[in-house]
Design a protein around this ligand. Sequence first.
Ligand code: NAD
Ligand code: LMR
Length: 329
Amino acid sequence: MSNKKPVRVAVTGAAGQIGYALLFRIASGEMLGKDQPVILQLLEIPDEKAQNALKGVIMELEDCAFPLLAGIEAHSDPMTAFKDTDYALLVGARPRGPGMERADLLAANAQIFTVQGKALNAVASRNVKVLVVGNPANTNAYIAMKSAPDLPAKNFTAMLRLDHNRAASQIAAKTGKAVGSIEKLAVWGNHSPTMYADYRFATIDGQGVKALINDEEWNRNTFLPTVGKRGAAIIAARGLSSAASAANAAIDHMRDWALGTNGKWVTMGIPSDGSYGIPKEVMFGYPVTCEGGEYKIVQGLEIDAFSQECINKTLKELTDEQDGVKHLL
Ligand SMILES: NC(=O)c1ccc[n+]([C@@H]2O[C@H](COP(=O)([O-])OP(=O)(O)OC[C@H]3O[C@@H](n4cnc5c(N)ncnc54)[C@H](O)[C@@H]3O)[C@@H](O)[C@H]2O)c1
Ligand SMILES: O=C(O)C[C@H](O)C(=O)O
């Protein structure tokens, strides 16, 4: 038994496929630590089928008898689901099906994040840490942030960690080295095929990854498209969008933000502070380190011409998406 006070963790879309891969790991302490009790505040749409499915998930959570699970609540209204919440994982949104582009999702999902941003603004803990997973994640996080003017903008983040983990895995396969030995990897920009996974600074056991791979053709024509289109490849293969790997990335993102990275670089989508010439508030993937519950952008990295081109492209996509939702804000 832990004598720490329980923290409140809200998860939306709790009866969906990511929810099913996520909740059990949060309850077992993989996200916030094996000594941190949690109260789960679960939100689903006010629809009989979804609420019933949520009941089933809750029965299974109960049946795990997790020692750290100090309470479970089922909600159909964000105003109650987000009450006093310390962490909010905004997963609930429509996923992409085969053949759909991310832009198709913007119209379908944007409204969800104005409503939820306003609810967080009204009732969440003033220190709430928000992770948006529902796609298009960066722009949804931007909408939620803009809809919550009384909360610090820096508390709103978008998930780029899946791209980061995918990039690490491709590099491990290419070099034949252990994935856990890769450090200083960065993913810039949007969680979309335009993201720029950048291993120019990465090291494996102190050796430079760029020199180790020494294959710019592979970087441009294999690595970047493979990482960028991995979500679509999974949809084509499974008929459903990634869920276990997305849940895993959400756990990684929140754990590192809350508990720190010990100086290691990770990627988070965060509101820009102007670093690297990205306009302020654009929800942009950056390499960061985390300490004491705060993230800090890795500064001073040289951006060469190819990298700048890639960054400009993903930035343009994000500013276009932002323009497309102006009327909602
Ligand atoms: N950022 C990433 O890296 C990443 C990776 C994978 C998936 N995703 C996205 O995550 C989202 C969820 O994916 P999934 O596979 O779990 O989908 P899913 O359809 O299995 O589950 C989504 C759940 O959200 C619920 N929901 C919808 N609107 C809601 C609302 N307003 N409030 C509360 N709940 C709501 C639905 O009822 C459903 O149960 C999708 O948008 C998907 O594209 C993001
Ligand atoms: O690609 C998708 O639509 C799902 C998700 O964002 C992913 O990257 O797997």
